[in-house]
Design a binder for this molecule. Sequence first.
Ligand code: F6P
Length: 329
Amino acid sequence: MEIKRIAVLTSGGDAPGMNAAIRAVVRTSLDKGWMPFGVYYGYSGLMTHNISPLGARDVGGIMQQGGTMLGSARCPEMRTEEGCKKALATLEHHNIDALVVIGGNGTQTGAYALSQLGMPVVGVASTIDNDLYGSDITIGVDTALNIALEAIDRLKNTASSLHRAFLVEVMGRKCGYLALMAGIAGGAEAIVIPEAEFTPEQVAEQMRNSYNRGKQHAIIVVAEGAQNNAEKLIHYFKEHGKEYDGSYGFDLRLTTLGHVQRGGIPQAFDRLLATRLGAAAVECLSKEQTGVLVGWINGKVGTTPLSEVAGKTKQIDTKLLDLANILSL
Ligand code: F6P
């Protein structure tokens, strides 16, 4: 397999560190004498021929920027055979010999489909949700976690001042990783995640216990994907007015962090992880190792066949919830 022209794209939810991965792909490709191209707005860019060459200077000064300089998109067309064939046709039209795809679950499923059609593809593990099979930690998680933690720390200040409880809802789609880790590192009184559901009554009980133990505040970190997400919990507390207005001890407020978690300056960990994974993706292609996801496995860069990654999600260690519970004393 001779590579002369290589393309890179970012797809799905952006994640802090994606730019460092793009930079690594472009510059290691140039080092190999290949010509790199950027596809804009993820797979949608392949539907519209939004593709152009990227030089070393084009990726200068981007590492410290959040988001992705290539833009991203959710592209429903890539879920169809027709869409995948269209994407392949665009790559062939531009004489692209190999493709690096940076993103999470849906993105890597698209990458697998393209590789099945014969395109040499390597995926790079990137999503703030950390639910991607084939990488112990993905690009963007650490920065998103730090943003959630900063918010929790700030909320604790105001919560303690007014003797309040806060429901803090964090992202993660169907995965409780961000909520669990933010809850542990943020010293939460309760953590509500899809993998181990808490009923509203249990959350109320936890608040009352915290109050009775003399705490100045209670922080309840809730994953957006939990069945009892923040909206449902707040609804419950509103319905049960007495509890809401303080008979469980604390007065209650809600903060939904939402997309705030995806923005901001990528932390050192994400820049380094993204740089190593981006460079490794190019190395894979140069060794003709294609149809794989490049991720971080057992403390080093590793690969997993995209056939194993597609459509699967990584499970979290729910035993950590017990630890969080003990530490919330
Ligand atoms: O997958 C990343 C993520 O931020 C999830 O945590 C969240 O559920 C989703 O994307 C939000 O999607 P969108 O940006 O399309 O609203």
